[in-house]
Design a protein around this ligand. Structure first.
Ligand SMILES: [Zn+2]
Length: 380
């Protein structure tokens, strides 16, 4: 048995070694990104959010961490200000694989009603690569894709009655994937999938298919100075940067408070602190960049209110495909009177809108209209 001193030494060596690997890896990631500088085909004088204005996607995985997201993220992110993408499952691996409680579902739906995206990370968080190797791709879709789509469709908020939007993207659990898996689910089930590193690690607008990301969990040692470098590179290239991580928890945690036994500390290593998160937000805003959801980077608009979505689809004559943001930004007038609409989520994409008729609906919260710079005439 190791005595205490030897154990501490062993741990320190471990951290040192991983820091070293982390530093080497970070240099390589930045090198790959820098090669894309100068490819700024999207940059013009006129930068329009969602179309050609660079941004950052904050992507968080594993919904058993929802309390951490809610407790430490909700306030920092605000209302349709810093938008994040939360990739969910339906169960809690450290509490006997129980399904999510209504309280957890309510928290996820409240995050959604603050502008965040709630999307698919596998029903049981299966390793897609391994599972499909053992049982076939169809069985993986049957067991890990379809059940979560059905589960999400069947949940609603206990007070507001809001439902989950149909997820636009899928994040591969454990970043285990190949091209065959991506083409098995796109475009049939999703518009985009998020994996880990690839090529220059940047995402262009309107991308369908694989979107790369960079892990910024504390234990991955991609330090803040490198995150800042990556943000600058994305800005100069006129592209988007996807940053992925897991929990949001303070630098110092008392693991006994979590109630998951030894697993608390292991799961907690995959985290970013509110302090670092605030630094990233300041950096992105300081560079006049936007925060996008992964759906937005892929060019797709989403709506909480199904009546609003139907009205927009009718106007665009778009029934079965994704509603594309590029088709919404140029509309000047919208007649949405008497459509049974109660939630305006999605209206923020109509950046050229000058006139809107909202009479005869049940809308209580009009705050999103403030996001429309050219709006002059509102009928309500
Ligand atoms: Zn995961």
């Amino acid at each position: 048995m190791l005595d205490k001193k030897a154990l501490i030494k062993k741990t320190l060596n471990y951290v040192k070694e991983y820091k070293y690997i982390g530093r080497y890896r970070a240099e390589k990631i930045i090198y790959n990104m820098e090669r894309s500088n100068g490819e700024n085909t999207y940059l013009t004088e006129n930068l329009v959010p969602y179309i050609n204005k660079s941004g950052v996607v904050l992507s968080f995985d594993d919904s058993f961490r929802v309390k951490h997201w809610y407790q430490y993220g909700k306030e920092i992110f605000g209302f349709y200000d810093v938008k994040a993408t939360f990739n969910i499952n339906a169960f809690h691996p450290f509490e006997n694989n129980r399904m999510h409680t209504q309280e957890e579902i309510d928290m996820l739906l409240e995050l959604q009603s603050n502008g965040h995206e709630i999307v698919h990370h596998g029903y049981k968080h299966r390793n897609a690569f391994q599972y499909s190797k053992n049982f076939g791709v169809n069985k993986w879709i049957e067991d890990d894709i379809i059940p979560l789509l059905d589960w999400m469709e069947n949940q609603s908020h206990s007070k507001t009655g809001n439902k989950f939007k149909k997820p636009i993207s899928f994040a591969f659990p454990g970043s285990a994937y190949d091209k065959k898996l991506t083409s098995a689910i796109i475009p049939q089930y999703f518009k985009a999938t998020r994996g880990h590193l690839r090529d220059n690690n940047l995402a262009t607008f309107g991308e369908t298919g694989f979107i790369p990301s960079i892990c910024i969990d504390q234990n991955y040692f991609f330090e803040l100075k490198n995150i800042k470098k990556a943000i600058k590179i994305a800005k100069n290239a006129g592209k988007n940067l996807v940053l992925m991580c897991h929990s949001i928890l303070p630098d110092e945690c008392n693991w006994d408070d979590f109630g998951w036994g030894k697993d608390s500390e292991i799961a907690g290593k995959y985290r970013i602190s509110p302090r670092v998160l605030k630094e990233i937000i300041n950096e992105v805003k300081g560079n006049d960049m936007e925060f996008y959801t992964l759906a937005e980077v892929s060019g797709a608009a989403t709506f909480i209110d199904r009546n609003l979505e139907k009205s927009i689809r009718d106007i665009l004559s778009c029934q079965n495909e994704w509603v594309m943001i590029k088709d919404l930004v140029s509309l000047r007038e919208l007649d949405l009177s008497n459509k049974g609409i109660s939630n305006l989520d999605g209206i923020q994409y109509f950046l050229e809108l000058e006139s809107i008729d909202l009479r005869g609906n049940n809308i209580e919260d009009y705050r999103l209209l403030e996001k429309l710079p050219k709006l002059k005439r509102i009928l309500m």
